[in-house]
Design a protein around this ligand. Sequence first.
Ligand code: AGP
Length: 610
Amino acid sequence: MCGIFGCITMNGNASPIIHASLKRLEYRGYDSVGIATINNGEVAIKKDQGKIDEVHELINLDDMQGNVGIGHTRWATHGAPLKENAHPHVDCTGQIVVVHNGIIENYTELKTELENQNHKFVSKTDTEVIPHLIEETLKKNPTSNVTEAVVETIKRLSGSYALAVISSKEPNKIICARSESPLVIGIGEDATYCASDLTAFLPMTNKAVMINDGELVTLTPNNVEIRRIQDGAEVTRAPTTISWTPEMAVKQGYPHFMIKEIHEQPGILRNTLRAQEHYLDLLSTFLDRATEVFFVACGTSYHACLAASYMFSKLAFLPTYPVYASEFVEQHGKSVNIDSTILAVSQSGETADTLGAVTCSQQRAATILGLTNTVGSTLTRVSRVYIGQQSGPEIGVAATKTFTSQLSVLAQLALKLSTKRGKVSQDEMDYLADRLEALPETVQEIILKQEENVKKLAHKYKDAKIFFFLGRGINTATAYEGRLKLMEIAYVPAIAFPAGESKHGPISLIEPGFPVVFICPRDGQTHKTLVGNIQEMKARGASIISIIEEGDEEIKSMSDDYIEVPKGIPEVLSPIPFVIPLQLLAYYMAVEKGLNPDTPRNLAKSVTVK
Ligand code: AGP
């Protein structure tokens, strides 16, 4: 997956706008970058491997002339992250220029066909077949215009794409189209934009038009025309006014997006409690009628689903089956059916594995429900009903506010269903609803009181070669999430298990000084057995790091280090506050190691390839 951006202005050069906008898309991929513009009928291209700032330093991305241009920031899928594989890519004449996000699955046969027609390729990418196909189409149909040639080309492609095309043959327009990969249009006062994600053009305009699969868009400086590729029918779609201010997508003085987003969580949790009634009602009605319910997601979103399965069981007596999206088709592809309900959870709403599981389920007539942060994403379009996680742009590659906001929405959904089913007493419901309302303040207090302690912890254990994360019950999910955070941004190997599993093998790893993080809420039935697990580890010389409620003297006395969270957190909501110290631990461990938590190696924010 990558980030594409295009802009056509009424006056003024496009390249500085494109460069700045690509910076806001960098979380989508950052191993190479390029910009193309058209000036006085001539195409100019600057591109290279490396992060955007590095490439700009080398070749200055702002000094290109021309009011129309497209740009691209890449996360390599086909072809190594080298200059020749960086986008934009051109045809043989150099007059047709393309940037693309996605995978063209039939590119090898297309490339062979084109090479047999004497087209010369310079890259190993799948994308490069697109400009050459457009060129070949124009050769065969000299009376066609570029837009018609793009339409014909797209009909030859199979796979996923969000692409933008400019050409010196028709310099005053940008042609873009999508299938599976995200594409959104921005409408400014004196320019129009196309982008993989609306945060790219937010500083210029908050008027956005979401583009659907199979649609082609022609941009001119003051007009946007949307047509269905299949039959050319014009599509009319009013712009959405985006409430995210540009500042929300900028670091606001924090050193990294990740720490900004960790600190945003109290406010985000307040957001998740607002204006959700209608959708909670709708979704809980579907779940109430469901015969079998699968939660399908990847990474952090999967951990939220795992925690949610405890919530729905304990509160609504609804059995749910959390499944890794990448395994769903293998595991349930043949059994999912019209009586199945799939709740797909995805911050980006574009994760290919999650969408693949959804497509498989849809083909077998299952009901698709969605929980996502990205309005206009593919998941929102394929879901019968969806609900927003309302967490604003999450730019850091590591999901943080995603986990807590998804859990808040899922907890509300479980409570809503519990009310419908009358499975829990009104007092219990009122108590939980009250504690959910109080969570933003609880999280605020943890950040305020414990951030410095966690920073010290990160410094103390910065040379640890491996970490264990252990929890019981719903906090098994919290342990998995803590492990993922530490691995993905501090590159520390970490292991996570239900604490009860340790004695079935993993405990053999324990050596003196081996840091073991325990997640120990007071509420619920797990505290007592956790004490036993801590003692097992302690007896073998492990360094015990406990996340405990204030005043838990029993576990405090057994711990080498501890981080306290406020009292009175119901176990069924505990992953939300208890994960905060683990997010901070991962962040400060990365900082201790001199790493950039926002752009961890080998990762990208939205994995739109399988
Ligand atoms: C989490 O920190 C990772 N960045 C990754 O596991 C992520 O949660 C996963 O790729 C799912 O993304 P989604 O929620 O956008 O589908």
